[in-house]
Design a protein around this ligand. Sequence first.
Ligand code: ASP
Length: 439
Amino acid sequence: MKVCKFGGSSLSDGRQFAKVKSIIESDPDRSIVVVSAPGRRFSKDTKVTDLLYLSHAHLKYDVPFDNVIEMIKERYTAIKNECHLSFDIEGEIDKAFEGVSKKTSVDYIASRGEYLNALLMAEYLGFRFVDAADWMTFKYDGSVDFAKTEEKLKDIVGVYGHIVTPGFYGCLPSGDVKVFSRGGSDITGAIAAASIDAEMYENWTDVSGILMTDPRIVDNPHSIPRVTYAELREMSYMGASVLHEDTVFPVRNKDIPVNIRNTNLPEAPGTIIRERFEENNDIENKRFITGITGVKDFSIVNIYKSHLENKIALLRKVLGICEKFGISVENIPGGVDCFSLVVPTRELKPVKYDFLSALREECTLDDAYVTDGISLIAIVGRQMAYRTGISGKIFAALGENGINIRTIEQSSDEISILVGVYTEDFNKAIRVLYDSFAR
Ligand code: ASP
């Protein structure tokens, strides 16, 4: 059995619904369908979930919200008509909002987007509708009750075989609805896949998998065929946004592969995410790297003190001062009588002068000063580990293109190399690296 989660952009109108139907019908193993609320149809459009949060705000401040409900109704009625469905969705919307008041929880209202969409999708596919509140169970403390959730979903799937269920929310022991954080249908899909020991968790979205780099910087980057969780972590930490952070752990624990797919291009194989892959394939062997990501706006705090090698307590003191000022340290490149702290500018900036005087006073330094305008670029790839020549290729590519490298760091598992460059070189550096490894 496969669990298929469809995001808001895959369900924004009747045309998108039709694509989902043909995807589901093309593989009989696609038996559990998890849906988001209708997303944007065009760039200036509003997501139904945002309209729902807006209606809650109206309620809270006693502002009439009939026009917002009308907008929500129009979205579902359009889908119903485009898909020639008969379900009384208008009546269902009226029911959902009947008796809501200031006291109605925001979670209940926000959850209706998924609930209503699942009702329509269930009729469209001819699958059984199952309310998420009937299986996705939270404990009193708000954490997921995995044991109960698993038991309930297994029973339901055992009875109905094929189901459509809303993502994003579940039920507290009190019977109240609770939602995950925004984008949380990804988590519902992962928990469903883990609960029924699915052979695959397919996450259908509007891109053909995870891209090797930022498409705003490189035109049409390749998508990554296969990526490990460790690589993904390095990439998302350094700026790539892919899946909801909490998505991975339920499927990772059970070693269920996650496949990111494109509803608008279903023939593309997308990206498979797994703990490990036995052997590299040809593309991976040719490219060596999996992805290139980066984050802007770091500062380097340069610290000088002669005979640093004898001052064992210095680093502890310096880090203690960082802690006191709430500055997180990204990395610590070093020389003989100097070392540097690479820190986020947004954390350093408001406390910069006090921080520098604390350093100078408490650590009796020879000098300390800050260089701003640094960006970090991560070159990530499990194929880089224990292979010679990769860093040589990175530095040659950057050097030949006149890009100065300000800092260098390699993780000890050798799956990522981090270079710091001036922010004005950031885009160029990513393009140069992409061209030399991925073209
Ligand atoms: N509809 C919710 C949101 O917009 C949840 C989701 O789509 O995953 O955040």
